[in-house]
Design a protein around this ligand. Structure first.
Ligand SMILES: [Zn+2]
Length: 116
């Protein structure tokens, strides 16, 4: 259990590193795939599936990367650990579980609920 929100900064920095590597690697995969279409239908289907999967993974990684970068920016503003919506402090346990979350649990749940 962390004692202050500041302890999540190195975790977020590490997360950003990992995500940058991941996004970069997925970019390479896709560029490589574009050159080699085969004459076999089954292979093409598999390849299209792999591409879609890679793309989905890349999109979600990029989305997560943005959240991580937003969280790091909040360290600069001294607003990290405070809910973006209601301004209350986010539970340390929640920050430890999801370091890049901009919302406290109550606001996140309210948002989820509205989306349904
Ligand atoms: Zn809130």
């Amino acid at each position: 259990m962390i004692r202050s929100a500041d302890e999540m900064k190195p975790v977020l920095l590490q997360m950003r590193e990992d995500l940058l590597v991941k996004v970069d690697r997925l970019k390479d995969t896709q560029a490589l795939d574009g050159t080699g279409y085969t004459n076999h239908q089954a292979d093409d289907a598999t390849q299209a599936f792999d591409q879609a999967k890679d793309l989905a993974l890349r999109t979600s990684s990029q989305k997560q990367l943005r959240l991580v970068e937003d969280a790091l920016a909040r360290f600069e503003d001294n607003t990290y650990g405070r809910c973006d919506n209601c301004g209350k402090e986010i539970d340390l346990a929640r920050l430890e579980a999801i370091p890049y979350t901009p919302l406290c649990l109550a606001c996140a749940e309210a948002r989820e609920y509205r989306r349904r």
